[in-house]
Design a protein around this ligand. Structure first.
Ligand code: SF4
Ligand code: SF4
Length: 74
């Protein structure tokens, strides 16, 4: 059975600067930079194991660009 995601992590990746602050501070280690670049020319952040997100909000707090949003999955 596929585990239901408890949280949805939404990243406005076109505005990511690839600073990796969210990557470093995510306690679940589920954020990674891709090898692709966005319209700004930066490698951008993506969520790899969204079902492991605990909704702590650390990524939301750490991101200097304010481009991460966390939603409870209903
Ligand atoms: S809410 Fe917490 S666990 Fe989920 S991606 Fe952000 S830092 Fe990681
Ligand atoms: S903290 Fe924000 S700008 Fe930095 S890599 Fe993460 S999403 Fe991108």
């Amino acid at each position: 059975m596929v585990e239901k995601k408890r949280f949805i992590v939404k990243i406005d990746y076109q505005h990511c600067k690839g600073c990796e602050l969210c990557v470093q501070f995510c306690p679940q280690k589920i954020l990674k930079l891709t090898d692709k670049v966005n319209n700004l020319g930066y490698k951008f952040c993506t969520v790899v194991d969204e079902e492991k997100c605990n909704g702590c909000g650390v990524c939301y707090i750490m991101c200097p660009e304010y481009i991460i949003e966390i939603y409870k999955n209903k």
